[in-house]
Write a protein that binds this ligand. Structure first.
Ligand code: PMP
Length: 304
């Protein structure tokens, strides 16, 4: 990770190296934290945070889902992020807000513990590689099942949920793949460990909806909006594994992964074995939007 000068903590900017916490912090023991991943892009009009309000609204929803009451509003958190980017002189990068139950009581009820809130930001390039963005990546269907809403809330970006994602990611890497695809407890396609999944068949775009235990992806929503703009038909759909293998095109979306084509799953070539034509169109429009070259909705970019 490339360090920057400041981290925002509980309303103040502090030095990166001073942003430490006690070993008995509640979240460290029980995963009682929620977070976001946001990107800021360099544009001709300056540094732009992509869909800032959507990300902070989702962070507050994640908090609600784990019975946490953070003391900040979306508006305050956006202002804190603008300040952080400016003071760190970041033209582009990754933004990581984290709300966590801090030091105090031990045990499974953290309701008396303080909620500590931090926002960090640092330069970060592509998550799955430039080559992956262009030519696609190789995936494994995970042996780990995506978490289910009867166990923990899959709509929350909670730290605890990411043990599931992290195991799937590491298993895929250990087996020689670049990324995992998780099925849900009904054997339907859920998503990647940190990405939503899209399928194209006969010129129509499909993705599983949240009832399949996928996260409510902000990039996913953007791609659906791009498809509308490009007159590509779209439907939410319950997807079985077989449909992946006979898809014309597949790709992942996510703040980190952006729009990454999938060229192979478990040794089976998908479509033409590279980035498909509709994926390329959607990906190109996506990058034009985030970098301010094209505008579908002016409220999507917040300048720092
Ligand atoms: N699913 C999971 C499990 C994720 O962690 C992410 C990344 N936030 C996504 C999907 C994609 O969501 P978004 O486009 O909002 O980053």
């Amino acid at each position: 990770m490339k360090e920057t000068e400041f981290i925002w903590k509980n309303g103040k900017l502090i030095k990166w190296s001073d942003a430490t916490t006690h070993v008995l912090t509640h979240a460290l023991h029980y995963g009682t934290a929620v977070f976001e991943g946001i990107r800021a892009y360099k544009t001709e009009q300056g540094t732009a945070i992509f869909k800032a309000a959507e990300h902070y609204d989702r962070l507050l929803e994640s908090a609600k889902l784990i019975y946490m009451n953070p003391p900040y509003s979306t508006k305050e958190l956006i202002e804190a992020t603008q300040l952080l980017l400016k003071e760190n002189k970041l033209e582009s990068g990754y933004i990581r807000p984290l709300f966590y139950f801090g030091y105090g009581e031990m045990g499974l009820n953290p309701s008396k513990n303080k909620v500590d809130c931090i926002i960090a930001a640092w330069p970060w390039g592509t998550y799955l590689g430039e080559e992956g963005l262009k030519n696609g990546i190789r995936c494994k269907i995970s042996s780990w099942t995506r978490i289910d809403s009867s166990v923990v809330p899959p709509l929350a970006k909670s730290a605890a949920n990411y043990l599931n994602s992290g195991l799937a990611k590491q298993e895929a890497l250990r087996c020689g793949y670049e990324e995992a695809i998780l099925l849900n407890s009904n054997g339907r396609i859920a998503e990647g460990p940190g990405e939503n999944l899209f399928l194209i068949k006969d010129n129509t775009l499909y993705t599983p909806d949240i009832s399949e235990n996928a996260l409510k992806g902000i990039t996913s929503k953007t791609i659906i909006e791009c498809a509308k703009h490009l007159n590509i038909p779209f439907e939410y759909k319950s997807i079985i594994r077989d449909e992946l293998f006979i898809a014309d095109e597949l790709f992942f979306t996510g703040t980190a992964a952006e729009v990454t084509p999938i060229r192979e799953i478990d040794g089976i070539t998908i479509g033409n074995g590279s980035r498909g034509p509709l994926t390329e169109k959607l990906q190109s429009l996506f990058f034009d939007i985030v970098s301010g070259r094209k505008t579908l909705n002016a409220s999507w970019l917040t300048y720092a």
